[in-house]
Structures are given as C-alpha cells and as structure tokens.
Design a protein around this ligand. Structure first.
Ligand code: ADP
Ligand code: ZN
Length: 766
C-alpha cells in the first residue's frame, strides 16, 4: 500500500538510453511480454522475452523480472505478448519463466482484469490473490527427471567412442524399455552422476521433466438417494432455468424461496442438465454451510464433486485445482474463492445464501463473489442462479427493475407451515434484569419442548463469557490498548480477549484508572449461556458451537452429527448455527438477544437483523412435529423484528427501501469508501483532508450526482496501533466514481507513513 502512490512515478520500467537505428531495427522482430506485478501499480510493464524463452512464454505464467533502478528481481504475471513496443526506449529482458504451463486460462485472466478495474486495485494483486498458493508452489507434486538417448547417438551406436562409464550409461538406457531416472541410471550403470551430466551437456542424452503427485486423491463414493417428485413451484423454477441453460444465454435469476422450500433440489436439477451436456457447474456456499450435510447432498447426485473449503492443505487445493482444470469434475462446491475454479466448460454458477456478507472479501482485492460470478457468467453467456430466503436489497431492486429474473418458492415443501415467531419483550423480565440470558417465557417454552422430546437451538451471536469487563470501583471498562475496543472475558481460556485484533491479557490486579482491585463481568456470551443452562437444567445435555469450541478440523461436522443423533438436546451457538442446518426434531428455536445485531452502527444493521431472525427461524418446523421461534428483544417495535416475525420479506424490503431512498443510500446509490491509516493521528487526518480537497476539485466535471463525505474518524478509530479515518464517495452509479478515483489517485501524496485502501461497494463501515 505504501507503494500505491508510486504508480505515476514508474509509467514504464525502462532504461533511459536512446536507441541507435540498428537497435530500433532489431526491436522489430522481438517478442515482448506484458507483465503485471503484485504491487499496487496500475501499469502493465513490458519486458523483452529472451530468444531461448520465446517458444515457452504464454499469458498466465509467472515470470521473473528486474524492476526499478536497482533491478530488484520480482515475480510478475505475464498477461499477454506483443511485438509492439509502447516506447522508443530500450526495454529490459525478463530473466526466467517460472511455470511450464499457464496457471490460469485466458478467460480467467480476463476476469481478473475486470476485477482490477471494477474494484480499483492492481491486476497483479488480483492474480496473486486468486491463484492458490498451492497451485503456484505446485504443492503435493515432485519433479522427476527421466533420461533417454538422443537420436544422433542412437544412429552412431554402438560404434561411437566413449569413456567406459558413459558407455555403461548409454548401454543401460538403450537396453531399457522406458526412460530412466537418475537414481535408476546410477544404479544400473554403476556410476555417479558426473558422467550423466557430461553426456547431457554434450547432447548425447536428453533430460525430460515430469511432475508426479506425491499424494493420492480421495475418491468420493456416490451415495444412494431417493428420487424426489418436484413441487409445482420447484418445477416451474427449474423450467425457467433449463430454458436459459439450453439457449444458452446469460441471465441472473433470483431464486427467492423461504427456508425449507427445496432450493437445493432446484440447483441439483439444473446442474444435472449442465452435466448432461458435458459442462461443469460451480456452487458457492458460505464457508459455514460447507457442512457434511451439504456435501453429501451433492455427492449423492453427482459422481465427481470437488469441495473447496478453507481447511484444505496446499497440496489438496492444488490437486483439486488440477482435477477441475482437466475437466474431471462435474460440480465444484466451495466458499467465496471457488468462483475462480478453473472449470474448462462452465455451464452454470449457483450462489446459495446470496445475502451472506462473507461473499465479500475484506482484504485486497475486495471483490464480492456475486458480482464476480455475474461477470464470469456474462462472459461465458451462461445463467447465474442466486438462491436465498432473504435477498439482499441490492438483488431485490435488480429484480424489481427487471434486470434480473425472479423465481419464487413461497411455500415449504410438503405444505409444512413456517414456524410461528413470538416476539418477547424482555425489558420487564425479572430474570433478564438479574443478568440472566433466558427470560421467563423462553425458559417455560424450553421446559415444555424438552418434556415432549423435542430438541432446541439457542442462538446468541456473542462468543466468550461476557463482552464487558468493568471495574468494581469506578465502572471503567477494560479496553484493548491497540484499538480501544472493550475486551471480552473468556472463562474457558481465563483471558481477556479483543475480538477485533486478537490482543489478549490477564485481568489486571488493580484498575488502571482508580487502582482498586476487582472486576464485574457484564453482558452475555455463549460461554455464560452454557453455564446458565448447566445450572438450570443439569440433566439436559447441551452442545456449544462457536469459533472457540470448533477450532479443530472436522469438529463442526462431529458436533452436528451428535446433535442429529439426539446425543444432545440443546444446541447453542453463534451465527455458525444459523445457516443451512436441517434437523426435523428441532421444535424450538430461541433467539437469545436480537438486539446485538440491531445495535451495530451500520447501514445494514436492520437488514442483517431481519436476515438473522428469518434464517434462524428456518431451522425449525422442518419435521412433522412442527416448531416455534421465540425472539428476546428490548426493541419489540423495530420493523426488522416485526416483519421477521411475520415472515414478511416483501413488507420489510418495501419499508427499508423507502428509508434508503430517502437518505440516498445503497442500493439507490453506489458507494466507494477510502480508508486512511497511520501511526500519527494528525498526519492521517491531514492526508484525508488533502485527498477530499483533490476529489472535490475533480468531481463536478465528471458527474453531478457525486457526493463526497469526510474525512471522518472510522467507527473503529484505532486498529493495531494505527489511527483510521475514512472518506465516502456516493454517486448514482459506479462508473463516475471509478473515473474520479483513477483521475485523482495518481496525484495524491499522503503524509509520511500514511497508507490507504479503497473499498468499492463496501459492506462494512467499521
Ligand atoms: P432450502 O434450501 O430451500 O431451505 P432444502 O433444499 O434444504 O430447502 O429442502 C428442505 C427439505 O425438503 C430437504 O430435506 C429436502 O430433501 C426436502 N425436499 C426438497 N424438495 C422436495 C420435494 N419436492 N419433495 C419432498 N421433499 C423435498
Ligand atoms: Zn484490539
């Protein structure tokens, strides 16, 4: 990032000498590689491809290039080749090609270029992030070198005169039925590697390189499944999708189906069609939903499914990438980055739980997988299918404006009703006033459920024991020294932890402010809820799922299986349990504190609260026993909670969109956020003012709808020792903002040690 403002200093990495006429003539038949670097530089650099490498270079490979005045060796990506030099000056030569085959094909290369342009970052950075590390390092493979005899030597054999050891080597090779490795050769010829190299250097024998896998791939075993009879609504949705698939034509389709309406079955039927004509499908799901349950459903229907989740080792990821690229995979199921899966004949992209904010990456490149998928689908002329029970307002507006097509599944399968949702106003509840998590109504409902043998899910989106640690003397809250946010007490690990930056400490012996000892733990986290349950219901077994209990690989799956088999009656946890789970025996869902998400200082706080309640409610009433939902809140009149209780997405969307329109907020406008940070507060603020000034000067000439706000301190003002300010740009559409940034950024020089990042269409304002 520090290098971001260097963009204009190096318009092209070139030597300063002027060329003689001979050199100019010489330039005409040389080949140049267009190279982008993993740096915040928008330039495409040109390097001469040395003679010996001309046959080998291809776009999509990594190359080593000398860069800058000191000729620092950097690794870049070749994105094209040309014979036209962009300059009259002499260019440097690249020094090596690092990959024998391109790492990505030309379509994906184009997609990464689009990301760089759309999200205002560098193409090289996008490539660096999109191509998995294991693919670059070729993890899990080994280079094997085999030797064979060259044709010249063969024609002169056995009359040729050679020293005894070299003769033995050649004899061994000629006698063998296939090329031999160095180890085999030295053994059979009874020699060291010296004579082998001599023969190779003279051209008598030829080395061939191969890569072989050192790991074995796990074969998935298809499981039997029973053929379902689609409902009318499912069939109608499938028909529309098939029509677009057969055309084929690009169209984004929003499958708006309540929880339990059978969206997955619709995806599967569409994918069966795709697979039947030899193409592949990509299915994106939130990482949290990459449960064995989801994976099993796909594996039971398709013979080759690749699963890309975050627990893969580099070698596994590389192997999956290769299997996909070679066309051996029918369906790729994965989290956000699976949108880049190198399928050779992509036929369909599906995004399940389209509303999930984890589809947006929160480090450079800050892409949203839905928008990348839209672009990729458009480039290939294939449909994009978005599924959700709670569409984002962005997607909803696109449907309203007829840019995308709506497919609706308004009812659950088998005519199961959506569960009744009761709002519990906890403001006067005596138990809640005693700092307990479970109020009277929820406790009563839990006891009734347990009596009838039903299972319970309790949702609380705060991990740890208590989110506040207060001094008993002065009431001062213990804060993180790095970012000034309050620390959370973790009983299990006996430490105070910052959930933002990971800072960790013991409880100080005395309050830093008033010097008195002793603290109080205030507020409710999952650990404390678990403790309360053990005290209140000692005979009931409960299972806690949050990122503290679910660190080991596979622990998520094990816990869910336990719950499914009835080994626990209560499942409590954070958002980890809000999504995609399907347990017919769960007849009660309790939202312990709906206000945690409502209180967030964020444009989308209400939208997220609505989604959360609707999703959590979706976890019950899936079996013949039915189910109900209780929502504890101290804001019972909030529209998000009211509409969620009525399962009324359309009502909520209408209400919320009206408010968004009134205050010119997305989706009626498009936002770009610039965050500046550095160790000196005045320097960061001054840089912010300077940038705003430059933006304000340039904006009117571009688009009259551009609004510029800031610089203002970010809600998360300090982070990891840095002070943070942000600037917000708003306009009716994105292109004028992109133009504005491209125009202003090259001339912007922040103060010393101030860095900045740009977030296009941000989802977080922290
Ligand atoms: P959603 O993804 O919309 O929440 P699912 O696809 O998980 O819904 O479907 C809910 C349940 O209904 C699953 O157990 C699924 O097997 C079942 N199901 C889906 N379609 C049908 C159908 N047409 N007939 C009977 N059961 C179905
Ligand atoms: Zn911190």
């Amino acid at each position: 990032m520090t290098a971001a403002h260097q963009a204009s200093l190096f318009s092209e990495d070139e030597l300063p000498d002027n060329l003689t006429p001979w050199e100019i003539a010489d330039q005409q038949d040389r080949l140049l590689a267009e190279v982008v670097l993993d740096r915040p530089l928008s330039t495409v650099f040109h390097y001469v491809v040395p003679e010996g490498l001309r046959e080998l270079i291809a776009p999509g490979q990594r190359v080593e290039v000398p860069f800058g005045a000191g000729n620092q060796a950097l690794i870049g990506y070749c994105v094209g080749t040309t014979r036209q030099s962009p300059t009259k000056r002499q260019l440097k030569s690249l020094t090596a090609i690092l990959d024998r085959e391109p790492l990505i094909d030309s379509a994906l290369l184009k997609l990464t270029q689009w990301i760089a342009e759309h999200y205002l970052c560098s193409w090289g950075q996008v490539l660096q992030s999109v191509i998995p590390a294991g693919v670059k390092s070729k993890a899990g493979t080994r280079e094997l070198i085999h030797y064979r005899v060259s044709p010249q030597l063969k024609s002169q054999w056995p009359d040729i005169k050679l020293p005894a050891k070299q003769r033995a080597i050649v004899a061994a090779l000629i006698g063998a039925t296939q090329p031999l490795t160095v180890e085999q050769l030295t053994e059979q010829a009874g020699c060291g590697i010296g004579p082998i190299h001599t023969l190779r250097d003279r051209g008598w024998i030829v080395a061939e390189q191969h890569r072989v896998w050192t790991t074995r791939e796990d074969e998935s075993i298809p499981e039997p499944h029973q053929e379902l009879h689609l409902t009318h609504e499912q069939q109608a949705a499938v028909n529309v999708i098939l029509e677009a698939l057969r055309a084929p034509r690009h169209e984004t389709q929003l499958l708006f189906g309540v929880t339990g309406s059978g969206k997955t079955e619709v995806y599967i039927r569409a994918i069966e069609e795709v697979v039947s004509f030899g193409r592949q499908a990509i299915v994106l799901v939130p990482e949290i939903s990459l449960t064995p349950q989801t994976i099993r459903r796909f594996r039971s229907r398709f013979s080759s499914v690749a699963v890309l989740h975050s627990h893969l080792t580099d070698a596994e990821r590389h192997q999956q990438w290769r299997r996909i690229a070679e066309g051996h995979v029918q369906v790729v199921v994965g989290a956000r980055s699976a949108v880049f899966a190198p399928t050779p004949h992509l036929g369909l992209i599906v995004i399940d739980e389209e509303h999930e904010s984890s589809f947006k990456q929160d480090s450079t490149p800050r892409y949203h997988a839905r928008e990348v998928a839209r672009q990729r689908a458009q480039m290939h002329g294939i449909p994009l299918l978005l599924g959700t029970a709670t569409p984002t307002l962005e997607s909803w507006v696109r449907v309203q404006q007829k840019q995308d097509r709506l497919l609706a599944l308004p009812r659950r399968v088998a005519r199961r009703p959506l569960p009744p949702v009761t709002i519990i106003d906890v403001r006067d509840d005596p138990l809640i006033q005693q700092q307990r998590a479970l109020g009277r109504a929820l406790l009563t409902a839990m006891n009734a459920t347990l009596k009838t043998g039903g299972q319970i899910i309790l949702f609380l989106n705060v991990r740890g024991f208590a989110p506040l640690i207060l001094c008993r003397g002065c009431g001062n809250a213990l804060r993180c020294p790095e970012c000034e946010l309050t620390l959370t007490w973790h009983q299990q690990h006996q430490c105070a932890l910052c959930h933002t930056c990971g800072y960790e400490c013991d409880i100080p012996a005395a309050c830093p402010k008033c010097q008195r000892p002793g603290v109080r733990y205030v507020g409710m986290g999952t650990e404390r809820l678990e403790q309360e349950l053990r005290t209140l219901l000692p005979k009931v077994s409960c299972l806690r799922m949050d990122s503290d209990t679910m660190q080991a690989r596979g622990s998520h799956a094990t816990a869910l299986e336990k719950f499914r088999h009835g080994e626990a009656q209560i499942l409590l946890g954070t958002q980890m349990i809000a999504k995609g789970l399907d347990f017919p025996n769960v007849t009660l869902v309790g939202v312990v504190d709906a206000d945690t998400s409502l209180r967030q200082p964020d444009l989308r706080a209400r939208e997220r609260t609505f989604q959360l309640i609707a999703q959590v409610a979706g976890r019950t009433g899936r079996g013949p026993k039915g189910g109900r939902v209780l929502v504890q809140t101290s804001c019972p009149d909030d529209p998000a909670i009211q509409f969620a209780a009525k399962h009324d997405f359309v009502g909520f969307a209408n209400h919320e969109l009206q408010e968004r329109e009134l205050c010119d907020a997305p989706p009626y406008t498009t936002a770009v956020r610039v965050i500046l940070r550095g160790p000196s507060e005045p320097a960061v603020e001054a840089s912010g003012h300077k940038l705003v000034e430059q933006l304000r000067q340039a904006a009117p000439a571009l688009d009259s709808s551009i609004q510029i706000a800031g610089p203002a301190p970010c809600p998360l003002f300090r982070l990891q020792g840095n002070f943070r300010f942000h600037i917000q740009l708003l306009a009716k559409s994105l292109p004028p903002l992109q133009l504005l940034w491209r125009q202003v950024e090259p001339g912007f020089r922040p103060e010393k040690d101030v860095e900045y990042v740009v977030d296009v269409e941000p989802l977080s304002y922290r």
